[in-house]
Design a binder for this molecule. Sequence first.
Ligand SMILES: NC(=O)c1ccc[n+]([C@@H]2O[C@H](COP(=O)([O-])OP(=O)(O)OC[C@H]3O[C@@H](n4cnc5c(N)ncnc54)[C@H](OP(=O)(O)O)[C@@H]3O)[C@@H](O)[C@H]2O)c1
Length: 261
Amino acid sequence: MSRVLVVGGTGLAGRAVTAEAIDRGHEVVVAARRVPDDDADEYVAGAAYVTADLVTGDGLEEAVDGVDVVVDTVNAVGKQAAHVFATGAQNLVHTAARFGVHRAVLLSVVGVDHSSYGYYRAKAAQERAYLDSALDTRIVRATQFHDFVTAIFDRGRPMGALLAPTGTRFQPIAVTDVARVLVDAAEGTGEPDSVIHVGGPQVETARSLAEQWKQASGTRRYILPVRLGGALGSTWRAGRNLVPEHAVDGLGYAAWIDSRG
Ligand SMILES: NC(=O)c1ccc[n+]([C@@H]2O[C@H](COP(=O)([O-])OP(=O)(O)OC[C@H]3O[C@@H](n4cnc5c(N)ncnc54)[C@H](OP(=O)(O)O)[C@@H]3O)[C@@H](O)[C@H]2O)c1
């Protein structure tokens, strides 16, 4: 059993990692800027919670003290992304190394190394902070989560539509499947300072996935094909978000929809 610190463990992926690590018998500490009440959805029974802010460094020393492995599942969008991913990662790896933390596992995204999209560039800087650190690091690059792909479709709601990016395929994955790979890495699977890729069980067009969501949700909204502009659109249309050779034998999109009841 190890003492595992899940930074960002109140988020979508972080909660799944926390639950998986507790199931495997690890002692888990979750760090985030806000800690949940024990009756909140974000609360995972069996975890200890501490407040810490990667950017200011507040609470970081207390969070890493006595920890064997750090798993970083933080997220930030817009202008915050550069601060949290670059500055925050530097603060975390330096503090962790100073406190004798042995291993670190970072959750990243497939394709961040081949895109000029701002968020991906910030993720690439975050990866570098880990790989350049003194810690035994594993980067786990995952494809888009089922939840994220569904959120893209639902951005069409104000227009009475489901948005489906044209010329785009996804290989969506369940966060529970990503969590298994992250906890494997936390336990030492993979080489030190390696990048591990993981993708969902199937590559499908955005259109096909949107049709599955339309049917399952019973919505009467029509599917609106949109050409996604900018660096993210071209990264996805080039298929740089796909790793069919690293598909998990896990929960596909249709099964994930069913599992939501
Ligand atoms: N969405 C996808 O399809 C996808 C695919 C592959 C990889 N990923 C990666 O998965 C990671 C997690 O994404 P997610 O959607 O699970 O995130 P999320 O639900 O938005 O959760 C983000 C977590 O980070 C914490 N956090 C944010 N800023 C912080 C700070 N300054 N200090 C400490 N904690 C902070 C948040 O808690 P507080 O706000 O309380 O601090 C929360 O616990 C991201 O790095 C993302 O790049 C996502």
